[in-house]
Design a protein around this ligand. Structure first.
Ligand code: DP6
Length: 324
């Protein structure tokens, strides 16, 4: 059977960085994110006895390392469904995946829903989130809708993501500003292995439960200034751990710093906008609809026109629009 799924990427406000179980991708802390309406992956999967091997094409190319990770995931789906058939997988991102915009999150969420459904498995949202986590940790947060929490859990069965609030709870805008720094030098999985080498990682971990609790209450009450201050602190803390790992992980480019400083300047001038940054040079600007035009004007003034405007959206869904 052939099945296609569309999955949104997500932006983490409280970040996942560090695993306590590498293979099961169990995180060292819980994290909170929002699904992004205009950054997504579409994936079609077909299992067939006609196929003599798995074929994996992502954005028109067959890159060995990516394909191996997908095949590893297909093996888990086959194991669970009792099928022995090979699969054809085609996947397209509507964005440039080298920009560090969490393509593994939308990628593995779409693959999870398409592949399990194509294999005839009927899984609950919770089971899909757990499966997606095994492909890439942040992918488990792209399965449920809206504002999402991934509880770290105690075991594989208890580490999954759930909707905290639906997408229409709060119309926050995420303006993802692409900063071309070329392909990421260190993939996130390898980068996360280094967390314990940072002298600040233990300190970070000690504060994570409190941060998650505070962020949830700020989202609940739509307290934008407190929410914004907290997500900026969190992003800077994440990058402090990255930069002080051995070897250091330095994802920023001069443009990244320029945007951070511009955001602080714009706020002083009275424009409510905050930033967060994942494992890349690109910066996500978070504002409310009333600030959208002003933020776009400011970006243009500093020569930045390459961005995608997102609002909160639903989770991963099936579609009839197959890629082959
Ligand atoms: C910085 O989910 O890509 O985006 O589980 O090894 O595939 P793996 O890691 P991945 O890490 C994402 C890290 C982050 C923060 C976040 O999304 O929470």
């Amino acid at each position: 059977m052939k099945t296609t799924a569309i999955a949104p990427s997500n932006i983490a406000f409280i970040k996942y960085w560090g695993k306590r179980d590498e293979k099961l991708r169990l995180p060292t802390n819980s994290s909170i994110s929002m699904n992004l309406s205009h950054l997504f992956t579409t994936t079609t999967v077909e299992f067939s006895q006609q196929y003599r091997q798995d074929t994996v094409v992502i954005d028109g190319t067959n890159e060995r390392r990516e394909a191996e990770r997908v095949v590893g995931f297909l093996d888990q789906v086959r194991h669970r469904s009792g099928s022995a058939s090979f699969a054809r997988v085609e996947s397209v991102n509507n964005f440039d995946k080298s920009a560090g915009l969490a393509s593994s999150a939308s990628g593995f969420a779409a693959l999870t829903v398409a592949a399990t459904s194509a294999a005839g498995l009927m899984l609950s949202e919770k089971e899909l989130s757990i499966m997606a986590r095994l492909g890439s940790g942040s992918a488990c947060r792209s399965i449920p809708a809206g504002f999402v929490e991934w509880k770290k859990g105690r075991s594989s069965a208890t580490s999954y993501a759930e909707t905290l609030f639906p997408a229409d709870h709060w119309r926050l805008l995420d303006i993802a500003v692409m900063v071309g720094a070329g392909a990421k030098k260190i993939p996130t999985s390898a980068g996360q292995r280094l967390v314990w080498t940072s002298p600040f990682f233990r300190t970070r971990l000690a504060g994570m439960d409190n941060k998650n609790t505070r962020l949830k209450s700020y989202i609940k009450t739509r307290d934008f200034p407190r929410f914004g201050e907290l997500i900026e602190t969190e992003a800077l803390e994440l990058h402090t751990v990255m930069m002080t790992s051995a070897p250091p992980l330095f994802y920023w480019s001069p443009k990244t710093v320029e945007i951070i400083q511009a955001v602080w300047r714009w706020r002083q001038e009275g424009l409510p906008v905050y930033f967060t940054i994942d494992a890349g040079a690109s910066v996500h600007l978070i504002c409310q609809p009333t600030g959208q035009i002003a933020v776009k004007t400011k970006l243009k003034q500093i020569g930045l026109i390459n961005y995608v405007v997102n609002y909160p959206t639903g989770g991963t869904r099936l579609t009839d629009h197959h890629l082959f």
